[in-house]
Design a binder for this molecule. Structure first.
Ligand code: BGP
Length: 485
């Protein structure tokens, strides 16, 4: 039997770059995702660029953990004739009333979304914000409040103003701390009465694999990435401090991409490798939540000759203004073997996989919740979890029993962490509760939604919304506070 505290915040999650659209409306500037083309089974997602002097244009693959190779003087840019899925996305910009009504119909208590930084500061380094952008979110929050839905707002979910990348080199430049603090001040002041829960950087640990999308860092080097991470840590601490000054009732959380890592066998060498892999993510929570740079990372920086540029107050701020809760995404687990250390993830013989090769692991949430709670003793919020799958719309609905089965296991796993282990869990916002563009592949075909949106990988479709079978299922889960699965 599953059971949840009365205050449990059930809901769904989205991000502006994948959901909002209106890329050229309301005075919005370009963000890093606006120069990424769409993907499909036959075409990879690309970053497009232009040389402003010669006019030469082109595109390049954006591969995880691979250098971003642009020709000399070329900068990321939007090109004519290319399809960029973030520009329209699924058009929340014009559908927010309809979408929030659907969320309310399911009984959502919480709605995770991000504010598009480039809608508030089109180039990122302005002193005064774009009022039209702020007004858009005033309206969205008013609509959520109308249904008593609590917004959970990510301040930077892969929507760094592109100019901060081309003019400053992204988060590797310390100046971004000040720009972000200014942005945070505007948001906290304006929305202090409407938004209680904030997340600073979506999946901050992805700065290592995806420095361009996650931190606007065009350069791939261990040094630049370590510096970017440090600058983000300082910014996070300054934002928590600022929040305390403006309205201490608000809460600022960390957002971590986490997955349990298993050693392939009981060979201790496999377990050691699994420990090291888990630390790749835990380092970020050790600093941003724990308040300290762990020794294992300092040793690694020494070995690699990485030198951090810091200022006097940095470590004081990190120590004294940690995040107050941990939001995390968790979709899958990973398996590693010391015999094949070059393979990032092996197929786990005990688990099935999604159509995109992600291990479907019914226990990964309980494991993750325990790992993070044992380490930090702070409340946790599963801000992303769900199944990306191809759906077939038939007779105005989708029979997505596979998605229901995945989410049933997730809810069960969370209930176990709460009831068997005593973990403090604030809520669950199911990822992509309405179909949106995939962050990793740029596809529409990879759908997570409980609501179907008529749009394909090339941007064709009516954008009409349809309730899937999982919509009714989740509605019942929320109505019974997780007792009926
Ligand atoms: C996380 C991101 C989301 C998201 C999700 C699913 O990494 O925070 O933005 O989209 O994963 O990933 P994908 O869209 O690649 O399937």
């Amino acid at each position: 039997m599953t059971s949840f505290p009365k205050s449990f915040l059930w809901g769904g999650a989205t991000a502006a770059n994948q959901y909002e659209g209106g890329a050229f409306e309301g005075g919005k500037g370009l963000s890093v995702c606006d120069v990424l083309t769409g993907g499909s089974m036959t075409r990879r997602r690309q970053l497009t660029w232009k040389n402003p002097v010669t006019g030469e244009t082109g595109s390049t693959d954006l591969r995880p953990r691979q250098p971003l190779v642009l020709p000399e003087n070329a900068i990321p840019a939007v090109l004519e004739g290319e399809y960029y899925p973030s520009h329209q996305a699924v058009d929340f910009y014009h559908h927010y009333k309809e979408d929030i009504a659907l969320a309310a119909e399911m009984g959502f208590k919480a709605f995770r979304m991000s504010i598009n930084w480039a809608r508030i500061f089109p180039e990122g380094d302005e002193e005064t914000p774009n009022e039209e952008g702020l007004k858009f979110y005033d309206e969205v929050f008013a609509e959520l409040r109308k249904y008593h839905i609590e917004p959970l707002v990510t301040m930077s979910h892969y929507e760094i103003p592109l100019t901060l990348c081309t003019r400053y080199g992204g988060w590797a430049n310390r100046k971004l701390i000040g720009f972000f603090e200014n942005y945070a001040r505007v948001l906290f002041t304006r929305y202090s009465n409407t938004v209680k829960y904030w997340l600073t950087f979506n999946e901050i640990d992805n700065v290592v694999g995806y420095p361009f999308i996650c931190a606007g860092v065009p350069e791939y080097s261990d040094q630049a990435i370590a510096q970017a991470a440090h600058n983000m840590f300082v910014a996070s601490a300054r934002v928590v401090k600022l929040k305390n000054e403006i309205n201490p009732d608000m809460m600022v959380g960390q957002m971590l991409a986490y997955m349990p890592v298993y050693g392939y066998s009981c060979n201790p060498k496999d377990q050691l490798l699994a420990m090291e892999k888990e630390r790749e993510a835990l380092f970020f929570s050790d600093v941003q939540v724990g308040g300290y740079y762990p020794n294992y990372k300092l040793k690694e920086y020494d070995r690699k000759g990485i030198f951090l540029e810091t200022e006097k107050d940095d470590f004081y701020l990190i120590r004294n203004y940690p995040c107050e809760f941990i939001g995390f995404s968790c979709y899958k687990s990973m398996t590693v073997s010391s015999e094949k250390p070059e393979v990032r993830n092996l197929k786990n013989p005990y688990l099935k996989e999604s159509q995109w090769g992600w291990a479907i692991d019914p226990d990964c949430l309980r494991l993750t919740l325990n790992t993070l709670y044992d380490r930090y003793h702070k409340p946790l919020w599963i801000v992303e979890n769900g199944l990306g799958a191809e759906d077939k719309l038939e007779n105005g609905t989708v029979n997505d029993d596979y998605r229901i089965a995945y989410l049933q296991d997730s809810v069960r796993s969370i209930s176990e962490a709460i009831n068997l282990d005593g973990v403090e869990v604030m809520g669950l916002t199911v990822w992509g509760w309405i179909d949106i563009v995939s962050a990793g592949t740029g596809e529409m075909k990879k759908r997570y939604g409980l609501v179907y949106v008529d749009l394909d990988d090339e941007g064709h479709g009516t954008l009409k919304r349809y309730r899937k079978k999982s919509f009714d299922w989740y509605k019942k889960v929320i109505a019974t506070n997780g007792e009926s699965l």
